[in-house]
Write a new protein. Sequence first.
Lengths: 295, 389, 314
Amino acid sequence: MEFTQQFVQQLINGISLGSIYALIALGYTMIYGIIKLINFAHGDIYMVGAYIGFFAVTQAHLSIVPALLISMVVTGILGMVVEKLAYKPLRHAPRISVLITAIGVSFFLEYTSMYFVSPTPRTFPAVMDNVSFHLGMFVINGQQMLILGITFVLMVLLTYIVQRTKIGKAMRAASFDTETAQLMGIDSDRVISITFGIGSALAAAGGVLVGVYYNSIDPLMGIMPGLKAFVAAVLGGIGILPGAVAGGVILGVIEALVSGFFSSTFRDAAAFAILILVLLFKPSGLFGKNTREKV
Amino acid sequence: MKFSKKSLRMAGLLLGAAMLGGIFAGCGNEAKSDEIKIGANFEMTGNVANYGSATLDGLKLAIKEANDAGGVNGKKINLVTVDNKSEASEAVNAATKLISDDKVKVIVGPAVTANVMAESQVANDNKIPVIAPDATSPSVTVENGQVKPFIFRSCFIDPQQGNVMAAFATKTLKAKTAVIYVDSSSDYSKSLGQVFKEKFEAAGGKVVMEEAFLAKDQDFKATLTKIKTANADVIFIPAYYEEVGKIVKQARELGITQPLLGTDGWDDTKVVDIAGADALNNTFFSSHYSEKDKDVQGFIEAFTKEYNHAPNVFAALGYDAGKMLIDAIKRAGSDDPEKIQKALEETKDLQVGTGKITMDKNHNPIKSAVILEMKNGSKEMKEKIAPEG
Amino acid sequence: MNSIRKHDLLLLALGIVVFAVLQGLISARIIGSFWQLNLLIIGINVIMSVSLNLINGYTGQFSLGHAGFMAVGAYVAVVLTTNFHAPFIAALVAGGLVAAFLGFLIGLPTLRLRGDYLAIATLGLGEIIRIVIMNIDYVGGAAGFKGIPHYTNFTWVFFVMLVTLFVIKNFVNSSHGRACIAIRENEIAAEAMGINTTRYKVMAFAIGAGFAGVAGGLFAHCFYIINPSSFTFMASFNYLIMVVLGGLGSITGSIAGAFVVTFVSAALASWPEFRMIIYALVLIFLMFYRPQGLFGYMEITDFKLFQRFKGGRK
């Protein structure tokens, strides 16, 4: 009985954690899907989003929802600027160059932020009352519900944009085959920009929610979650949106279970182990289709 | 592939410039005879940058006070700061630079035990005294039963803290079972966990579960859920305030209501910001001083005036180290490292920021400890424990 | 054949001259201890970057986990010297062999992956290695391993570096090396031409890993203490930057890259925040304007000045 109780509690913990990974993974998967770039700097975009949310709440004294929106908009614009300045000129360069540029952008964001806001972690003020709901023996608290709620809303919104709008159609077309999409009259530059914008906005939402949930943010907070979100995206099938969400939640749950039943010092290793296993046995991910390269 | 002469020249110039710059950077830096050069080797970037920066702030205040009062023995103190990036290898690099390039007479820091240990060899080889302000592991000053001749510290050691908390748990809180939750990336945390376990079990208690986390972790709910099932009387968390704040908050959210015990790493106002005043009720931790102690008010006021925020325990220890050093230089009458070493050994009844200290034969200060209780976000002194001499 | 032998001997002679000069400067205390330490670090970084270049530059396999192999070599070496009082050379060799073996084991399954996926997989593996080490209490776990004897000095580093350069240079100029380059240029075509791509990829990976392990052993005996936090993917990135800066596919380039990065790092040590920002900007700038790095595919001996010494090439 105790085991089940602990198990379910860990599930709840894991799903909340996983929702954050899902938000970041969505951005990764969208960007990779469209220009085949692993945006190493994505984790740092998440971090910038968290800080913008922090300043919105502490300096401008906004409540959580406006802070979230402002952070998403500003960070979305930042993402588009980064793409225009750093990635667009290298669109036809060898992959290693772009990857290294991404690493450079990542360092730049991290250490420039560190210069301006200092490496000391900042504490997010409590933006909502700390309510805990006790469902029988399980505890789920108000902030976990907030994360789940906002994540759900954002995902519904994203699905709507991708499936029902013209720009969404353009995004889908461009990620399937960029050249043909251009032949069909789609302005791929614009589509790529918007993809970066939306991906970054989602990451920013994740950042603000993490600030609210865990209370502390620091300039290097994006590195690990960024990598893990990539693992989540690969797990679900890179380029596939529902896959990113599924991957994120599954990764979160596995992490919680490994921490709870084995040892929390191995939790990061678990994420990478999953990555290796997926890449070795089903590289197209859970939702992906096996496409064989013909020579 | 074309390799233009222009880029070749550019490459050559770059290399040449880098090398020349390096060599020139190493020249000069002789001490002026009317100043005393002290080195500060601290973690300014990297994992534990907050501890290093805070300690350095305290040290700087002590030095500023001395310099404003006319210096020591008529000379001003020149503090040379180097960042060791929170890494042991860089700590060695930093110490080497301070000793051979900057020609300092004494080094204060680093903050964390691992980095002090790394630096010790270099310091001992070069006969430069080191004062470790925050490192509490006993092996910093004593190794294999031998006292390291040039290493001193200005804070109490882990066995003292661990003893104090274990005694408090068994005698005052009457706890019979405990869970120990340590930071496995910190020597400080691990050795405190061990000391507590020994003393707690020697007093008849039983440690029912031992768990670990890593510095910089954000999410502790998984392990805390596991700890909750142990239903122990107390949970001992000898770690630093950044993680402790989150652990305490998440523990209370999960419904863990038992008393939570800690050590001096908890002592920072941020722990209240992170965990919230409510979550911190029913927690107790050992530390070096209580804010309500009248002896400490002078330091707290001076620090707050200088930096616009209250000091935390690291800053206080940095200040103590500074005071200890200045006193030793005064009594030595010169800035000769070996004379300073002797003077440090003879430190007696010196009033520093957090109380009075006397150096013992192991180069550790004899200081009292306090146990603080968190009540509605403020630290109340629960007990003051005199040193065991 | 003769021209190669003559060439090697000349380079060896040059190496000994450079060593004698530098060692002389050190013994005469003209080079202070700070720069002495940095010479050691440069030497170790050269070994790391040249070995990484074998994998990334010559074979075209994007490995981001090199620090993991360094960690394995380091820990094996220190356990042998500190706990079992083994001689230094034995510890270094053992560290290298274990790292090479690990490289072989890891390489076999993962080198099937391509490009970005391989990059992230190797990054993940490097992290897994580090996390596993961090959980082994016997080697001190996350708090690190202490009390390591200070065996590393300039002589050791320099000669191990020479050996590394010699071995890798000869590998690259052999038929094995040419197979690797073929794989880099076009893996499918190489396979079609009958080259066993898996065999050569794993070979390059294992050799690169082995030398990283030896470098790890040297590194570990520099500072009396080692810690898993010295072997994170940030460290791997550092070595990658040295290789890319110098030029993927050029041994001279890797040496130059190691020099420049270490110097810049040491020189900017007093301005820690700016150091990383400048680093980042240099990287981006480099990728924009000179992605082939300082030397591209050229070696220093390809320049006209050295052609006379090479013989056999008019």
